[in-house]
Design a protein around this ligand. Structure first.
Ligand code: MN
Length: 356
C-alpha cells in the first residue's frame, strides 16, 4: 500500500477522559457491551475497541443483549462477539458500554451488569440524563459517532489502526452520519474517514455490504409503508404508522429508508414512524431536519437520542401513541422556527441580524 496521505490527530483528552483511559489501561479482561438492537455505530465501535485492546495484550470481547443484523457480518467477524444467553456473565474486571450512557439500554443484561463487581466505563456521544452510574466516562456529545471517540482513544493509547479496525470505524461514521449527509458530519468525521481510506477501507465495498443486501421483499414492504404517509402541521410533520401484520408480527419495513424519503419532501421538518410491536407497545423512530429537536419530543415519551435522530418505546396501543405523538409534535412545531425562514448562508444570517 502507498504511504497514507493523512494521519489523524486527536484533540487533547479532558481530565474525565484521562481517567477513562487509566481505567482501560488498568484492566485485563474487558467486557464490551451496548444497546439493544445494536446498530453500525455500536457494533463498529465495539469491534474497533476490542481490536485496539487485544493488540495491547489485553483480553477484550463483546457481549450484547441482541444478535447483530446480518448486514454487519463483516464487522462482527473482526472481534469476538457474544450474544447474551441469560446466564452468568463471563469473567471480566471492566465493563465498557459503547454508544449509550443509560445502563437500562442494555435491556435484560442491565441487572447482571449492574450487580457485577467489575468497574464500569461509558464511551458515548448521547446526551445523558440521570445519575452517573459509572467509574469513568469518555463522553462527548458533539462527536458524530461513538466510533470517533474510539479513534481518539486509539490515539491516546498509542494504538495502531489496522485495516480491520479501520473498517469498523468507517462503519460507525457512515451509520451515524447517513453516509456523511446529516448535520452532525463535521471536519473530524471527514478527517477520520480520510485516514481510514489510507488504512485500506474501500467505501464502495462497505456500502454494498451494509446497504445492498436487502431481501427481495424490501421494495414492496417499503412501498406499503410509504403509502401510509400522513401529513400534519401544514405539511411540516410526516407520520407513518405501521400496524402489526396479519401474522401478528410487527412490520418488517426498513424505517431508516422510509424516514429518509419522508425527509426528502421539501416542507417536511419532522418525520415519525410509529410501529406497533405489541397490543400496548409502540416504537417511535423520529428524525428531523432544520431546528426541530426530536430528542426533546422522544424524551416526553420516555425515550431519547439526539436532536435530529431519536426514539422511544411507548407503552400504549398504536392508535393512542400516534395521536399523542402528533399532538405533541404539532405543539412543538408551533414554537419551532419554520425551516423555510432559516437563513441559508452566513451572509444572509448577518443581514437578518442587522434587520436588513
Ligand atoms: Mn451512535
Amino acid at each position: 500500500m502507498s504511504t497514507p496521505l493523512y494521519q489523524y490527530q486527536a484533540p487533547e483528552p479532558t481530565s474525565a477522559q484521562l481517567e477513562s483511559l487509566e481505567l482501560l489501561r488498568a484492566s485485563e479482561r474487558i467486557l464490551l457491551t451496548g444497546h439493544e438492537r445494536p446498530d453500525g455505530d455500536c457494533l463498529g465501535s465495539q469491534a474497533a475497541l476490542a481490536r485496539i485492546l487485544n493488540a495491547r495484550g489485553q483480553s477484550a470481547f463483546v457481549l450484547n443483549p441482541d444478535p447483530p443484523e446480518a448486514r454487519y457480518g463483516e464487522v462482527t467477524e473482526l472481534a469476538e462477539f457474544l450474544v447474551d444467553d441469560g446466564g452468568e456473565l463471563p469473567d471480566h474486571d471492566l465493563v465498557v458500554m459503547l454508544d449509550g450512557g443509560d445502563l437500562s439500554r442494555t435491556g435484560r443484561l442491565a441487572p447482571r451488569l449492574e450487580s457485577a463487581s467489575s468497574r464500569k466505563l461509558v464511551v458515548d456521544h448521547h446526551l445523558h440524563e440521570g445519575a452517573d452510574w459509572w467509574d469513568g466516562a469518555f463522553i462527548d456529545t458533539s462527536a458524530s459517532a461513538t466510533g470517533v471517540l474510539v479513534r481518539r482513544i486509539a490515539s491516546h493509547l498509542g494504538a495502531e489502526v489496522d485495516a480491520g479496525t479501520a473498517r469498523a470505524i468507517f462503519t460507525t461514521l457512515v451509520t451515524d452520519t447517513g453516509w456523511f449527509k446529516y448535520s452532525n458530519t463535521d471536519q473530524e468525521t471527514m478527517l477520520i474517514g480520510a485516514e481510514m481510506l489510507g488504512a485500506g477501507v474501500r467505501p464502495a465495498q462497505i456500502f454494498s455490504d451494509l446497504f445492498q443486501r436487502e431481501e427481495a421483499e424490501h421494495p414492496r414492504s417499503l412501498s406499503a409503508a410509504l403509502a401510509r404517509t400522513a401529513y400534519f402541521g401544514d405539511g411540516r410533520l410526516a407520520v407513518i404508522d405501521l400496524p402489526l401484520g396479519p401474522d401478528g408480527r410487527s412490520s418488517a419495513a426498513d424505517g431508516d429508508a422510509a424516514l429518509d424519503i419522508l425527509r426528502s419532501v421539501e416542507q417536511v421538518e419532522v418525520a415519525l414512524i410509529v410501529r406497533e410491536i405489541g397490543p400496548a407497545r409502540t416504537k417511535l423512530s423520529a428524525r428531523s431536519k432544520g431546528a426541530f429537536n426530536v430528542q426533546k419530543l422522544a424524551h416526553r415519551f420516555g425515550g431519547g437520542g439526539h436532536a435530529k435522530a431519536a426514539g422511544a418505546t411507548i407503552e400504549q396501543p398504536l392508535g393512542v401513541a400516534r395521536l399523542e405523538l402528533v399532538e405533541a409534535a404539532v405543539e412543538q412545531l408551533a414554537v419551532t422556527k419554520d425551516r423555510r425562514s432559516t437563513p441559508r448562508s452566513a451572509a444572509e444570517a448577518e443581514r437578518r441580524k442587522r434587520g436588513a
